[in-house]
Design a protein around this ligand. Structure first.
Ligand code: HPA
Length: 275
């Protein structure tokens, strides 16, 4: 029989460890997606916290993911960044995939910025584009909140009408404008993976109003909203589905790496403007 406070207790131990390694208590957390970990290099006075040292943290297996947190300052704000995340396709349960969000919640994080690599369904998008996620469709077929609800972590039936903060999207638009960068807007579909989508699946998603597809983010956002954390999600379009011949994992990492500088400017600008 699991304790009524199982996630709370496990995440509290992890949060205490991370906080003990931070010079200042962070208010903003950043999750860096496939090939986007380089963004953490811009963090000043960075202190590395390997996932393996964090109590109760899952261990990392995916390519392109380093498996450590970096705590430090970005544009004068105390932040903590995750280099590498956990994916459902690796075999983790969604409770494990989203455990870091619980840790952030118990650290007192108020704002979460998630980045990911995604394939474009919208044919107006181009390889290397950045897209602010305005909503998501969870096609993973699972939900991280299934199971007993721990009331101290959030409500049984959390609202999802504004999962992605309009305030933060507007802020990101302003920053992109200042930096003469193009920021697309779109709906992100989350799939389990690891197989890429069939043409029929892509057509199904396109008709559903989706602009991009990827294998992460939605579970983390569901838990962040359950936790009352404000969310900004940015996708890096690594491939336009149908336009480029076939997507490979290497291509995803390479294109994400090339867009990392623009993404870093955007994220830094948003963090600098947070009140
Ligand atoms: N499909 C799913 N996930 C992805 C893709 C894609 O085309 N590109 C990057 N992540």
């Amino acid at each position: 029989m699991v304790s009524e406070h199982e996630i709370f207790d496990r995440a509290k131990d992890a949060a205490d460890h991370v906080i003990s390694k931070c010079r200042a208590v962070p208010e903003v957390a950043l999750i860096l997606g496939s090939g986007l970990g380089g963004l953490a290099d811009g963090i000043e006075d960075g202190c590395l916290i390997p996932y393996g040292d964090i109590p109760n943290f899952p261990s990392v297996t995916a390519i392109g993911h380093a498996g450590e947190m970096v705590a430090g300052r970005l544009d004068e704000k105390a932040i903590v960044a995750m280099k590498g995340r956990f994916h459902y396709y690796e075999g983790y349960t969604l409770r494990s995939v989203t455990f870091p969000i619980r840790v952030f919640q118990l650290m007192g994080i108020k704002t979460l910025i998630l980045t990911n690599a995604a394939g474009a369904i919208n044919q107006d998008f181009e390889q290397g584009d950045l897209m602010a996620i305005v909503d998501h469709i969870n096609l993973i077929g699972d939900n991280p909140l299934i199971g007993p609800n721990e009331e101290e972590l959030g409500p049984r039936f959390p609202d999802m009408t504004e999962a992605y903060s309009r305030r933060l999207i507007a802020l990101a638009d302003d920053v992109a404008g200042e930096q003469s960068a193009t920021l697309r807007h779109g709906t992100y579909v989350a799939v389990a993976g690891p197989s890429f989508e069939t043409p029929a699946e892509i057509e199904f998603m396109r008709r559903s109003g989706a602009d991009a597809v990827g294998m992460s983010t939605a579970p983390e956002v569901i838990v962040a909203r359950h936790a009352g954390i404000e969310v900004l999600g940015i996708s890096c379009i690594t491939n336009v589905i149908g336009a480029s011949p076939v997507v490979t994992a290497d291509e995803v990492l390479e294109v994400a790496g090339r867009s990392a500088t623009e993404l870093e400017g955007l994220v830094k600008g948003v963090i600098g403007r947070l009140s």
